[in-house]
Design a protein around this ligand. Structure first.
Ligand code: HEM
Length: 482
């Protein structure tokens, strides 16, 4: 039986995205515990709750009518604005979190993202030593004590007052604004390389959900237990994701935050080169790398170029209700394509009689809430742009780090050796492969895309914890043990 989740205690944007078009991430360093707690206390009642985003109850049908057919659920309201707050491990300590409570959090969270550079492949231009100063280690080589407050609205006019208020409140002794980043969701939902994003998201048991158009044919839309994303709940192996005792150990989630700068000129140049070499269109080369066409249609569903003029309804079942079992060799969607690596769905077949179906990939899902930053390439080519990647997980190691390290920086799991994800994969430094990693596009003829220059660079990032509402109140009240 699926237990109901306490939607008044879970922050908004986790179970269901705000869906708002503009956002602002504000990074605040906490230098003084009392100032930090006072600030948090003022903010906490403005933080969005999952219940603000719940479908309003449909009017009760008469018993006779209820028996004839179920009423369609009412459309979930889009909140006019949204506010989230999360803290890094050092940020929690700066608020006065006692060490024994900190020890309840996972080791990778406590160490911080920069310390995991080797696991994540953050070297070369992505080396943490080259990150934005806000994320650089400070005294005693510790990551800065950060809070991230994110505010969201539908347009700039509605966002501005939220940002002004936030910045005024931070302007006090003991707190320092160290970084901010305006983010957006363009009207066509395309990220800077030109691909529609945000179709594939896990469904969480006990969370309010959108009505599914028609019957699902793949296991993809099957709900995952809440414990895959929230602390204090059972996960798919019936284990409770570990967390500290008290309110911080329930209904919160880890938030992986990464600023991924995208070099659009280099990406396009590479596509043109490969297109000429392999007698494909540039769009087809890019689609092979991503696993979807720019409008979102998955290659495994439509391997041949779809009509680019077709704009898809985001509820179109072809966008997410699919698997890879019918395409074991990757002739429709390459085994090394981005979306196939980060979620191999039912395509994990080890060729040794062990067929895991989608059970394995279901343990490595993440709720993604990233938005783009920086102007479109055509408007200001010289400026930095990219993806402010955000994902929510109950285990940073099993979900985010595993996917980045084992499935994107390496191809072994898919039988493609050292090949890495063409977008975000980074070769393990020092590994002697004898040849530079390419990307194989199976087919007749097979094509081998040359190694891609670093078109995505990690410009900064941190592991944060997004507490429940009760957790935030307890932190603000100086009683985080509850
Ligand atoms: C600049 C960097 C990135 C770009 C341009 C990018 C682009 C995309 C695009 C276009 C999609 C298809 C849309 C969709 O399926 O919803 C996608 C899906 C996805 N991406 Fe990325 N991505 C980036 C970084 C990452 C990172 C760092 C991760 C995690 C390690 C990641 C994990 C995912 C996942 C889990 C999906 C959904 C796949 C599925 O369930 O089928 N992405 N990405």
């Amino acid at each position: 039986m699926t237990r109901r989740l306490d939607l008044s205690d879970i922050q908004g944007n986790v179970l269901r995205g705000f869906g708002l078009r503009r956002g602002w991430h504000q990074f605040v360093r906490i230098d003084d515990a009392a100032a930090g707690r006072a600030w948090l206390g003022e903010l906490v009642e403005r933080v969005s709750k999952a219940q603000d985003m719940t479908p309003s109850p449909s009017p009760s049908p008469s018993p006779a009518r209820r028996s004839r057919r179920a009423l369609p659920p009412s459309k979930p309201p889009k909140p006019p604005t949204g506010v989230n707050i999360a803290l890094s491990a050092t940020g929690l300590v700066a608020l006065g979190l006692p060490r024994p409570l900190l020890a309840g959090f996972s080791p990778e969270f406590r160490k911080g993202m920069a310390a995991q550079a080797e696991v994540l492949g953050d070297h070369g231009s992505s080396d943490p030593g080259k990150w934005r100063s806000a994320f650089l280690r400070g005294e005693k080589n510790l990551p800065p004590a950060l809070a991230i407050v994110s505010v969201y609205a539908e347009d700039d006019d509605r966002l501005r007052p939220l940002v002004d208020r936030l910045r005024n409140e931070v302007d006090r002794p003991g707190l320092v604004e160290v970084h901010h980043l305006p983010v957006q969701r363009p009207d066509d939902n395309r990220e800077h390389f030109g691909f529609a994003d945000g179709f594939a998201q896990p469904t969480v048991a006990g969370a309010p959900r959108k009505a599914q158009p028609g019957r699902a044919t793949s296991g993809q839309l099957k709900a995952l237990p809440a414990g895959e994303f929230l602390l204090g709940h059972r996960d798919a192996e019936y284990a409770i994701a570990p967390g500290p005792p008290g309110p911080l150990g329930r209904n919160g989630t880890y938030m992986v935050y990464r600023e991924l700068a995208q070099d659009v000129a280099a990406f396009r140049h590479y596509l043109d080169q490969q297109a000429k070499r392999w007698d494909l269109t540039s769009t087809a080369v890019a689609a092979k790398m991503i696993g979807r066409w720019p409008n979102g249609l998955p290659l495994v569903v439509t391997p041949d170029e779809p009509d680019p003029a077709v704009t898809l309804d985001r509820n179109d079942p072809r966008l997410n209700d699919f698997g890879y079992r019918s395409d074991p060799d990757g002739t429709r969607c390459p085994l090394g394509a981005h979306i196939r690596r980060v979620n191999p769905r039912d395509g994990m077949d080890f060729g040794n009689g062990l067929d895991f179906g989608d059970r394995l990939s279901r343990r490595h899902r993440m709720i993604r809430r990233g938005m783009t930053y920086g102007p479109p390439f055509e408007e200001a080519p010289e400026q930095e742009r990219g993806l402010a990647f955000i994902c929510f997980v109950a285990s940073i190691r099993r979900q985010f780090e595993f996917v980045q390290a084992q499935w994107c920086n390496d191809g072994n799991a898919f039988g493609i050796g050292v090949e890495c994800d063409a977008l975000i994969g980074r070769e393990v430094p020092g590994a002697d492969h004898g040849e530079p990693a390419k990307m194989t596009v199976p087919g007749t003829p097979a094509r081998f895309l040359s190694p891609l220059p670093d078109v995505v660079r990690t410009a900064g990032g941190e592991y944060f914890f997004l507490p429940s509402l009760q957790g935030l109140r307890a932190l603000a009240g100086g009683n985080p043990g509850g």
